[in-house]
Design a protein. Structure first.
Length: 911
């Protein structure tokens, strides 16, 4: 029994022992883990706290004799530096020992003895305290330090430069005349000149006008020129320098000057008008920019005394929100039975008076105008304005034409046949006989129709016609296109039809004549007549543009020397259909004429061309390519109608319409007063002029082309721009800039006679670029009748030039220099920068080169300023901004940190 008890006792003791051992082992493990975990957290906190302390504690907050000594002897200059920054400064300046000493002072006070520590900056050990070679529980904390780089300076200088004031900035103001202003004495004014401009500051006054007759020029009511004679060429202005009249510019004493400029005609005639032009006043001013209202503008009507006949336009520079019109005029409506004074904006009549007999003033408010006009459509557009006060049944006068016509006549062997069929045609005595004979020989009828066609087309002066004949395997033509008698002698001088048919050769000859003698201002037409199918390609190949007969492709339809009849047509047509090189050559030639010259091509099937499908389809395709018409007939009367229809269509397409009034039994004592105006408000499309920008007016040279390229220098921001367009008796109807249409008269109406005609077309600044800008200008009398353009158009724009330079990068010095600065006219400005500089250094900004100290804050600031106002990069600063007494100010800031780095500082702590 005792034994059993003892056994039980042993078992209990062993269980307790093992349990105790397990508990002790667990306690030991837990204790050991807790000690390690706590130690790692402490090291991590120590590393971070030390880095934070170094970054926040300032030198001025430290009370240590060594630090005080460094401050006294100048090794530490910025007491606001953090300890971390000062360690970095010492390191960057090569004073590593001082960086180590400063680190040791901090570590001694903050780091317990049981820990090892190192401070490392970009892999350089600044400080090390190590108790053992064994590293346990290493913790690293890092921070970036900017503005330091080993071996480089810590602080430098920075400068900026600006022009404190501008003296004698040269710029210009303009007064524009409309596309057509008449017919009588005309006055416009300039009110944009700054208040500091007086006659002494005016450097030039130019008068550029396309006038209808001699005139007197007045300034503020006083005679400047007694008689000036205009150019006699269409769309060509004359330019007069009237600077000697500057003393007549007497301003109103107010904020802005207002000067009136008047054109007086000796007598009122049909030619008492202006077809575009301007007065340009150039002057010197101390104002950096004009007062420009961004969200509103005013169009002033020109003052007209005589017959009110105005074609003009105005621009809405943004999204139109409201409009108000004031009309002040006198027009005696009792003097004519069908007499009206009206104003049209676009194609909408906004004002009409048929009854007044005394001076009138009308205020037309926005409520009414917004109800009849589409404000959204008018926004950001040049809007035509038309005003007249005369008997409005007189709407247009045909003054001539601008058609260049190639009249191609097939005079090959088949033309001996009758118009009505394939039998031999009858000979006629006169054209009257030919028109009455249904079986007249084709050549006989063709001669008569060509003569009549010539009479119709050349009835308009200015039109020209070249007859081109296919005869005896050759192309023959007459080269005096305005000599009606000579043309008719040529047409009547051929014997009977002979030879084969090369239609491509004839079209190529027509293209050659038009390329040589016509131009982009003239309408081009080719009339192709044949009685069958082409037989020959042009010389060289069936793609050739030669006018010489090449290889024969087929026999043709009765183009033989022997007898031929209707029974032969099917076989001959089949042969030419199979061997169709000549037909293809004809189509290629027509396409070249259309693509290269924009020529309109008409085609005529002369006789029974229906007997051959290829003949019909070839002529039809030629007309389709040339955007013309195709007609055919074997009836004499119908062929006469076809020729006449084409001739009159050419006249309609090429007629030149006059905008002036034939002065007869109408009132010539009407007056449109100069205080009449249109006021518009809009949300602007352009940004405002910034305080650091100078505004200057620029004007390009005359374009000398309808498709010029104009360069805008890279240093200029354009705030507003306009293209001038002289259109004479026509309308400026299409203007494109950089492949964007900025004005299309056709969008308002295709009846131009009811629309205004702009002389200046505003260019949205968003379409212009710094560099080359491609411009296209067209005038016309209808969408289908282009009349070219003037060679004297220009681009006028307000350019903004930055006259301050941003602060330079940090430099090592700011000494200064004596500058030699070249301006656009080649003169040299000398300038001390700073103004009290008296040292030996000389700097230059000239066309031949630049010289300056690249590590000098003054020099870099001035160089950057000059580079900014050298807008075209030619080494000369913008002349209009400077005179000999220009003032340049450069401001220097000391102690500017360099933007080196970042460098990485590490604090490592371990056991």
């Amino acid at each position: 029994m005792d034994l059993k008890k003892n056994k039980k006792g042993v078992y209990f003791t062993l269980d307790a022992f093992f349990s105790t051992m397990l508990l002790l082992i667990g306690i030991i493990l837990i204790t050991n883990y807790s000690i390690i975990q706590t130690s790692t957290e402490e090291i991590d906190l120590l590393s971070k706290d030390l880095l934070l302390t170094l970054g926040e504690l300032r030198i001025e907050e430290m009370n240590h004799p060594w630090i005080a000594e460094q401050i006294t002897n100048g090794n530490i200059s910025n007491l606001n530096n953090s300890l971390l920054e000062q360690i970095g400064y010492f390191w960057a300046l090569g004073k590593v020992e001082k960086a180590t000493n400063l680190s040791m002072i901090i570590v001694e006070n903050l780091v317990p003895e049981r820990y090892a520590i190192s401070i490392i900056l970009d892999d350089d050990i600044i400080f090390l305290k190590n108790k053992t070679t064994e590293i346990k529980n290493l913790v690293t904390s890092r921070r970036m330090i900017t503005g330091i780089e080993q071996g480089s300076p810590i602080e430098g200088l920075s400068a900026s430069a600006h022009i404190r004031k501008i003296r004698n900035k040269k710029t210009s103001s303009y007064a524009y005349f409309g596309g057509f202003v008449g017919q009588g004495n005309i006055t416009v004014f300039i009110d944009q000149m700054p208040a500091d401009v007086n006659p002494e500051q005016i450097t030039e006054i130019l008068l550029e006008l396309d006038a209808g007759q001699d005139f007197e020029f007045r300034v503020n009511g006083q005679t400047c020129r007694n008689l000036l004679s205009p150019s006699t060429q269409n769309m060509t202005p004359m330019v007069w320098d009237v600077t000697d009249c500057k003393d007549l510019t007497v301003p109103d004493r107010g904020v802005l000057y207002k000067n009136n400029f008047s054109i007086l005609f000796p007598t009122l005639t049909n030619d008492s008008y202006l077809a575009g032009g301007y007065v340009k006043v150039s002057y010197l001013t101390n104002y950096t920019r004009e007062n420009v209202t961004l969200n509103a503008s005013t169009y002033y009507f020109p003052e007209i005394e005589g017959v009110i006949n105005l074609y003009d336009a105005f621009y809405i520079r943004g999204n139109l929100s409201s409009m108000h019109m004031r009309v002040h005029y006198f027009s005696n409506h009792t003097n004519a039975s069908n007499f009206s004074t009206y104003i049209a904006l676009g194609n909408t009549v906004v004002f009409n008076d048929t009854t007044s007999t005394s001076e009138q003033t009308f205020e037309i408010n926005d409520t009414y105008l917004s109800s009849i006009l589409n404000y959204s459509f008018l926004s950001q557009k040049t809007v035509p304005i038309r005003m007249s006060a005369y008997e409005y049944v007189v709407k247009e006068v045909i003054t001539g034409g601008n058609a260049d016509v190639i009249l191609i006549t097939d005079y090959s062997g088949s033309m001996k046949k009758a118009v009505s069929g394939w039998g031999q045609g009858n000979a006629g005595g006169t054209c009257e006989d030919a028109y009455a004979e249904p079986d007249i020989r084709r050549t006989e009828l063709a001669v008569c129709l060509d003569n009549d066609f010539t009479d119709i087309v050349l009835n308009y002066s200015g039109n020209r016609l070249w007859p081109v004949f296919i005869h005896d395997d050759a192309i023959k033509y007459y080269d005096d296109p305005e000599n009606i008698a000579g043309i008719k002698v040529f047409i009547n001088g051929f014997s009977q039809g002979k030879g084969k048919t090369c239609v491509a050769c004839a079209i190529n000859k027509g293209r050659e004549l038009l390329r040589t003698y016509s131009n982009e201002s003239r309408q081009k037409f080719i009339v192709v007549m044949t009685d069958g199918v082409p037989t020959h390609c042009a010389d060289g190949s069936c793609y050739s543009n030669s006018s010489v007969f090449g290889v024969q492709q087929c026999e043709g339809m009765c183009d033989t020397s022997g007898a031929c009849g209707s029974g032969d047509i099917v076989g001959q047509c089949t042969q030419c259909t199979t061997n169709n090189g000549a037909t293809n050559n004809t189509l290629y030639s027509a396409n070249r004429s259309r693509e290269d010259l924009n020529a309109t091509i008409y085609s005529i099937g002369f006789g029974p061309v229906d007997d051959c499908k290829l003949a019909n389809s070839t002529l039809q395709t030629v007309a389709k390519i040339g955007n013309g018409t195709y007609d055919h007939s074997k009836n004499v009367s119908m062929l006469k109608i076809i020729y006449e229809t084409i001739a009159y269509d050419i006249l309609e397409r090429s007629a030149q319409i006059s905008q002036n009034v034939i002065v007869g039994n109408i009132s010539t004592d009407a007056t449109l007063f100069g205080d009449s105006k249109i006021m518009v408000n809009y949300t602007p499309e352009t940004s405002e002029i910034y305080p650091n920008e100078i505004s200057v007016m620029f004007q390009s040279n005359p374009f000398n082309s309808c498709t010029p390229t104009v360069n805008i220098p890279k240093g200029i921001r354009v705030s507003d721009a306009r293209i001038t367009s002289y259109s004479d008796e026509h309308w400026t109807d299409l203007v494109r800039v950089n492949n964007q249409t900025i004005f299309s008269l056709e969008t308002f109406s295709d009846m131009y006679v009811f629309l205004g005609d702009p002389f200046t077309i505003e260019v949205p600044t968003s379409t212009l670029v710094n560099g080359d800008n491609n411009i296209s200008i067209r005038t016309g009398d209808s969408p289908a009748n282009a009349t070219g353009c003037s060679n004297n158009n220009t681009l006028i724009y307000r350019g903004l030039v930055n006259f301050s330079a941003s602060r330079s990068s940090v430099m090592q010095q700011a000494i200064g220099c004596y500058w030699f600065i070249e301006v656009e006219d080649g003169t040299i400005i000398n300038q001390y920068v700073p103004s009290d500089y008296d040292g030996p250094f000389q700097c230059a900004y000239t066309n031949t080169g630049h010289a300056y100290k690249p590590n000098d804050a003054y020099d870099m600031a001035i160089f950057n300023l000059l580079k900014g106002i050298d807008y075209d990069g030619d080494g000369r600063i913008f002349f209009n901004l400077f005179s000999e007494d220009i003032e340049i100010i450069a401001n220097v800031i000391l102690g500017v940190p360099y933007m080196w780095g970042p460098s990485i500082i590490e604090i490592r702590v371990w056991q």
